[in-house]
Design a protein around this ligand. Sequence first.
Ligand code: NDP
Ligand code: 8X3
Length: 252
Amino acid sequence: MTHTAFITGATSGFGRACARHFARAGWNLVLSGRRDERLAELAAELEPQCRVLTLTLDVRDTQAVQASVAALESPFREVYTLVNNAGLALGTAPAQACDLEQWHRMIDTNVKGLTTVTHALLPTLIDSGAGSSIINIGSVAGHWPYPGGNVYCGSKAFVEQFSYALRSDLQGTGVRVSCLAPGLSESEFTLVRTGGDQAAYDRMYQGADPIQPEDIAETVFWLATLPRHLNVNSLEMMAVSQTWSPFTITRR
Ligand code: NDP
Ligand code: 8X3
């Protein structure tokens, strides 16, 4: 049987790499994001391998998410795997210098958007039953605080805890829930975070051998295709080049 995956944030980075990986395995794909030209290009690339439906969608638009999900037709309505990937960080300033609008945008996308998509798709995931999965993209930022992480860290901690709590509620349905929490990964993420600062992008990734979107896609696909009696609750991964720092202490 050919399964259907619903991937948010498929226009770039992890989401696009996941789309390509699932397409190689022949899955039906529902691909969403705000940039419709990118969705169209990706669909044209993948359609020789699988069936693709694109949804130009802002996950912050609750009504649009609900209407799009309600309008899904077979085989796209029988969602077996949801990859809740759309998200962003904005800014690297300390909390006391942050722009409140950016904080709200991160919460609206990473927290409210992810919950909206999940809420809309839960009935179909439960119908799909054993072996179906929700794979939420968290972050090391949800586990480990760092300067300038403030609301982004908080939003990803929400993703982790929401994933655990969902698992509790979904007991007996067969639906699995995993939170995948990557560290330093090369994608447009840093350009979005810095407002398009290419020099910041280069400084971040140069010589660091970061995680690549394909590494994430391989892991997501592995999670989605594990034997149906297994649930990975949380999976944190880092580039070998990235580890922790000591605590910092201010001295008088
Ligand atoms: P990218 O910036 O490359 O991709 C982000 C994706 O999210 C894009 O497809 C974008 O699509 C989509 N997106 C953003 N806002 C919205 C919105 N309001 N509605 C719908 N889609 C939206 O970054 P990554 O691939 O790196 O990030 C993917 C996820 O992984 C994010 O949740 C991020 O927080 C997380 N992550 C990233 C890490 C990294 O170091 N790169 C590490 C750990 C986690 P569009 O703009 O077309 O809407
Ligand atoms: C992205 C990883 O370390 O930039 O979630 O927060 S980090």
